[in-house]
Write a protein that binds this ligand. Sequence first.
Ligand code: PHE
Length: 450
Amino acid sequence: MQTDRGQFTSRFGFIMAAAGSAVGLGNVWGFPTNTASNGGGAFLLMYLVLAFCLAYPALMAELVIGRHTQANMVTALKSVSRGPVMRQFGRFAGFYGIIVASLILSFYSIVAGWMLSFTLEPVAAGAGMASASEWLTNFGTERNLLFTAAFSLLTIWVISAGVEKGIEKWSSLLMPALLVILVLLIIYVLFQDGAMEGLKHYLVPDFSRITEPKLMISALGQAFFSLSLGVGTMLIYGSYVKKSENLPKLGAIVTAVDISIAFLAGLLILPAMFVAQKNGVSIYNETGALLSEDTLIFQTLPALFDTMGDAGLIIAFAFFTLMSIASLTSSISMLEVPVAYTVETHNLNRRTATWIIGLAILGISAIIVLNFESLFLFVVHLTTRYSQPLLGIAICVFAGWVMHRHKILEEVKQGLPEVEKTLFWKVWPVYVKFFCPTLILLTFIQSLRG
Ligand code: PHE
């Protein structure tokens, strides 16, 4: 079965796909709102440090294990382990990753569905369909179900086409489009009244907050979610990379792209909030804190677009198209995790496997939509706050303790013959063995206490 595994056909294709997975709602939504509510520039600084010092090494662990084993997470973790106990643990961690990836997809599709409906709203408003435009933006079970299903079908459609014709093709098309829309929106917003105040809030660090545990925990969680770590997406993407590619460099590029897009999204969202304020939209809540999370994206910004007249319709359309694209290039990477496992271990063809699994996950999304109050945040926290860090530790343990060091060296050497002379090789193996798991664990314990 190894012979018909997909493979990324070019370096650009891999970078777009992996960066596409990384760049998602976590960047264009999570990062700016986290920054706004955690002391602006102070959060930005901590995020940069943690992303490069903790998330990048963990990303490398996934890429190396994936490319070395040429397999899905379950098979991969099992095959690098020795002894029955470790193999069982590998299997368990692999399954846990697949389940978490699927659950993340189940809530992600709901939010992405909102992005789709908000993309259509300015079209409906422009066409004078007032009641349709209201229906599209009002929180309602029917709307949620319909758009979650629409988004899930898009995801299924891309993934059923495979690695080259699905993931690589669509990521390579959509990611540059995302960048163009983002930059155009930033330019537009920065010229509006009030933008500079937002920029100051974003870029000037409030150093008094930099050591707050809450800030660190949010920054670490943000970095792990944003780089799609722990759940096997990067592992499976790594398994589709050619042996001749230089993995440490690819990983660094993906990390840099992810961070840059998050940074750019901050340049859009925070100034936009203060422009909204100048236009009479309130951006602080009763306690004096900046509005964030869903209020920001679904109320403050649309209220801002409303104040901009006809231009507002175009800006709103562009903004939510951007959010939808970012969501799709991430959701396909989540669905690839269970699909790759099923195709590789159960001899099912890709199309059938994708439809069965995609529809099953859509079923979970529907259950969440129908029990939104009790389930939505529960699933979000269960997966991103608790499971992702634990799985991140497991991946570091597999790369640092379980897999033979010379095997890793051999693997990385194939695309980087002089690896032993690089800073990467001097630092990373020790790092991923001791520092990463310990620091993730400490932050995790801290977050449990908080
Ligand atoms: N990295 C994506 C984002 O920032 C989310 C994601 C998490 C994707 C886990 C895949 C796996 O939105």
